[in-house]
Ligand binder design. Structure first.
Ligand SMILES: [Zn+2]
Length: 396
């Protein structure tokens, strides 16, 4: 569970097996693409004059080397060669299609044939190729306009913009995708101290040391909560939501935040209820997103102080502490375009300064005719980042 990504409700701690795998991929990538001393050393020591594709079949070498060779098929599947002077293996390097040619048709003649032997700067030598590959592959080679160029061949990774291998993209490629967790939007906010988010994460999984959890571990224990005058059995639900004092705290802040709170006895449902009414577009929306985490933490802190230090469990003190923390975490929230009157009241009640209104910036945009011979492609400005990937379409 802790190795799952944060988006899926885990803690995003990397699984060491995955980490090792992506590091082996990095070494493998360097071995094929690099011209460093490191890759030269390994190529000479282990590959000698063999192609890496052949070396993969041999199960020899150190644990480290075997690890790299085991991962090599994944590197080959996700990378390809951009043809330069054609100094790459015709059969074993992936330069056309989705796999090396020897995977899709039988090797005829020398297996150390270079691409430059059958393709030159004018294009493929069809007479020779006709005797080597199947007709549909020959057709594919002609269609692709394969020709050599006066520059070195380049090995590119297909999952990054610049063709360079990154362990992050490799890790993403192979991690198992799970169901996104609906709490991800609010649970790990930068503004909220991690100890508070972490408490909520633990409470969600039921791993907070309340009496009922200890009893469930078959440890005999007489339970009495610290939050009520008339004693109750202490459970997570009781301390954080169901207990009469916890209910008073939740109701108090729901009133302030202008939320009509129904009678909710389940803590997880309480959190979801608040977050369904939260948004990141307004200051009051942010406050509704942060409040449930802070309330949960203050309720738990009060319970621990009552149990460990004998400090009386007081609703007033909890409310005061929530307000102090909220003022702290709301400091320096981004500026918002509009602040409604009712939102102003929420801030006033919580003694939080209203975030100043962002002035609208007007930019003058004019379309200009491109110079003769040039084609202008207009996009709507939607891109992943600037500069970054963007989609487009048109008729030329
Ligand atoms: Zn109680």
């Amino acid at each position: 569970m802790i190795c799952k990504p944060v988006e899926e409700g885990g803690l995003g701690i990397h699984d060491l097996v995955d980490v090792q795998e992506s590091l082996f991929m990095k070494f493998g990538w360097k071995l094929i693409s690099g011209n460093s001393m490191w890759s030269e050393f390994f190529q000479k020591k282990y590959l000698r004059r063999e192609h890496v594709y052949k070396a993969m079949q041999m199960k020899k070498g150190s644990q480290f080397w075997k690890g790299i060779m085991e991962i090599m098929p994944k590197i080959i599947q996700n990378s390809k060669w951009l043809i330069g002077n054609g100094n790459i293996n015709f059969w074993m390097n992936r330069w056309i299609g989705s796999e090396p040619l020897q995977e899709v048709c039988p090797v005829i003649g020398r297996n150390d044939l270079l691409l430059a032997d059958v393709v030159d700067e004018r294009g493929p030598n069809i007479d020779v190729l006709r005797n080597l590959v199947l007709p549909d592959i020959l057709h594919q080679i002609c269609e692709a306009g394969v020709r050599t160029k006066d520059r070195p061949d380049v090995f590119v990774w297909e999952h990054s913009l610049d063709g360079q291998f990154t362990t992050k993209s490799a890790w993403k490629l192979y991690k198992k995708c799970g169901v996104p967790c609906e709490w991800k939007k609010w649970l790990w906010l930068d503004k909220i101290p991690k100890k508070m988010s972490f408490l909520c994460w633990r409470a969600k999984r039921g791993i907070v040391t309340t009496d009922d959890v200890i009893q469930n571990l078959s440890i005999p224990l007489a339970s009495k909560c610290n939050c009520c005058i008339a004693p109750n059995i202490e459970s997570l639900q009781h301390v954080l939501c169901e207990g009469s004092n916890a209910q008073m705290v939740w109701k108090y802040f729901a009133n302030i935040s202008q939320i009509r709170l129904p009678h909710i006895r389940n803590w997880k449902r309480m959190m979801s209820f608040w977050w369904q009414r939260a948004n990141k577009q307004s200051q009051a929306g942010w406050i509704r997103g942060m409040l449930p985490i802070v309330i949960t933490w203050c309720l738990w802190k009060a319970r621990c102080s009552a149990r460990m230090e004998g400090v009386p469990f007081q609703v007033k003190a909890i409310i005061r502490l929530v307000k102090i923390i909220m003022k702290d975490v709301s400091y320096n929230l981004k500026n918002f375009q509009v602040v409604k009157e009712n939102e102003r009241l929420v801030m006033e009640e919580l003694n939080i300064p209203v975030a100043s209104i962002k002035g609208k910036k007007v930019t003058y945009v004019k379309w200009e005719l491109p110079t003769r011979g040039m084609v202008k492609l207009n996009v709507d400005g939607g891109a992943r980042c600037n500069p970054g990937e963007a989609g487009g379409g048109g008729i030329i």
